[in-house]
Design a protein around this ligand. Sequence first.
Ligand code: NDP
Ligand code: NHF
Length: 274
Amino acid sequence: MGNIADTTVLNNGVQMPWLGFGTYKAEGNEVYEAVKTAIEVGYRHIDTAAIYGNEELVGQAIRDSGAARENLFVTTKLWNQDQGYDSTLRAFEESRKRLGLDIIDLYLIHWPGKDKYKETWKAFERLYEEGSVRAIGVSNFQVHHLEDLLKDSNMVPVINQVELHPRLTQQELHQYCREHQIQLESWSPLMKGKLTEQADIVEIAAKYGKTSSQVILRWHLDRGIVTIPKSVTAHRIRENADLFDFELTAEDIERINGLHLDERVGTHPDKLLF
Ligand SMILES: NC(=O)C1=CN([C@@H]2O[C@H](COP(=O)(O)OP(=O)(O)OC[C@H]3O[C@@H](n4cnc5c(N)ncnc54)[C@H](OP(=O)(O)O)[C@@H]3O)[C@@H](O)[C@H]2O)C=CC1
Ligand SMILES: O=C1CO[C@H](CO)[C@@H](O)[C@@H]1O
């Protein structure tokens, strides 16, 4: 991908920008300003969730940005306690109202949990069929969740959004998703800023005249992974989008793959049962 608006084509034909803007832990005026700045800088894809408590301000910032709605890609997510058929349809209406958007580009099941995701997925299929969402997907699904879901569903999720960064490279899940035309998307792509001093990344960054964060984000894109770094700091919002004038070599990608330690900053999906 050579520029910020470049897209991947999802398994239902919808185009989704490879680079998105994360909004977790961004609230109040901070999230409003951050989303406006991101759109000004050129981000065309915004990631939020009902649980982030910021859908109203994200929606307001989108409207005030002046960008044409059809040029933006907006993702939101169904929270765990709303899983189930009827409760999903209700929660979706609430998210849509808070965002102030007629159509959501991508709706995700936020976490699999243990026994309601299939019923929930039926409601997602209905939302898709009635045209309320342009695409439906999942988040934090392991291979066993996907295998189980695919056994009885009519639609294959377009996306699986999971924790993924150089300390958690998700190679096996990536392979499974590729085989099933599910686009992998990374959350906490920067491992929340914990890898900026890592020696290999610092050395690679110096070679390209880029920052550590830019090298990490380029590693996601060069592996074919959609990514959604979050920042509420204007110069970092810009920095994280200034990635389209270089590409990593295969050796640099392998070197960063080698940093994998199976280490997480978030909860393991098999441990979050509700
Ligand atoms: N589906 C899911 O379960 C989850 C989804 N997500 C989504 O993924 C997005 C990204 O993940 P997130 O957990 O926020 O973590 P990130 O890996 O994107 O890191 C964000 C942190 O890194 C800092 N940062 C951002 N850019 C830079 C930079 N260039 N240099 C140094 N530090 C930087 C930010 O600081 P500052 O803001 O102060 O600039 C912030 O503290 C979320 O915002 C959310 O949209 C996240 C968690 C779970
Ligand atoms: O996206 C996320 C961040 O917020 C939640 C907690 O409040 C996490 O569980 C979730 O994965």
